[in-house]
Design a protein around this ligand. Structure first.
Ligand code: AMP
Length: 192
């Protein structure tokens, strides 16, 4: 299974991506997690990404695309992958398309998580308290929601036109949302 998980910060993408990669025994590629690990390790990639992350801005496309291209070549992605947090711009989506054409392995679905803004703000405030993520401070949260609306929302049309978009109601328990997704994927699954 090759899926993209799309949605605003706080919609529960990371949690569900973990569940799906376990369910399908495939790779889980979470770009935010990869960046945070690199920042923590003080790598060159981490240094390149940190200022953007702290502001709640997107890391430049070329940096992210190179990182994901390398990651998709990993052994764990040979059986499929869940892409969490990538693509986030049309440029990234086009680069992903080209890469997957080269590999002869198109996406099966793009899951678009939907939750109202009040619920997102509530969840993100909870996460800020629990995980001390610098980018979960309130002003930065609002900025990240704006960045999502401007840069990432166009991907909804992009994938709708390609017949790949599956909208997921992200409100509910973790188990309920996972069940919704698996039911939807069963209904939408392409052969191969
Ligand atoms: P996340 O954990 O997915 O919310 O990502 C945390 C931060 O990492 C984002 O606010 C961006 O600064 C950066 N990031 C993660 N994925 C991407 C991406 N696909 N494109 C650009 N920046 C990204």
């Amino acid at each position: 299974m090759r899926v993209v998980v799309l949605g605003p910060p706080g919609a529960g993408k990371g949690t569900q991506a973990g569940k799906l990669s376990e369910h399908f025994s495939c790779g889980n590629v979470a770009t935010g997690d990869i960046f945070r690990a690199n920042v923590a390790e003080g790598t060159e990639l981490g240094r390149a990404a940190q200022e953007y992350m702290d502001r709640g801005d997107l890391v430049p496309d070329d940096v992210v695309i190179a990182m994901v291209t390398e990651r998709l070549a990993g052994d764990d992605c040979a059986s499929g992958f869940v892409l969490d947090g990538f693509p986030r711009t049309v440029t990234q989506a086009e680069a992903l398309d080209r890469r997957l054409v080269d590999l002869g392995s198109p996406l099966h679905a793009v899951l678009c998580f939907e939750a109202d803004e009040e619920e997102l703000l509530r969840r993100l405030a909870g996460r800020a308290a629990a995980q001390h993520r610098a980018d979960d401070a309130e002003a930065t949260i609002r900025h990240r929601l704006e960045v999502f609306a401007i840069k990432t929302r166009p991907l909804i049309d992009y994938y709708t036109h390609r017949g790949l978009l599956v909208t997921v109601d992200a409100i509910g328990t973790i188990e309920l949302v996972t069940k919704r997704i698996l039911d939807d994927l069963d209904g939408n699954r392409r052969p191969g």
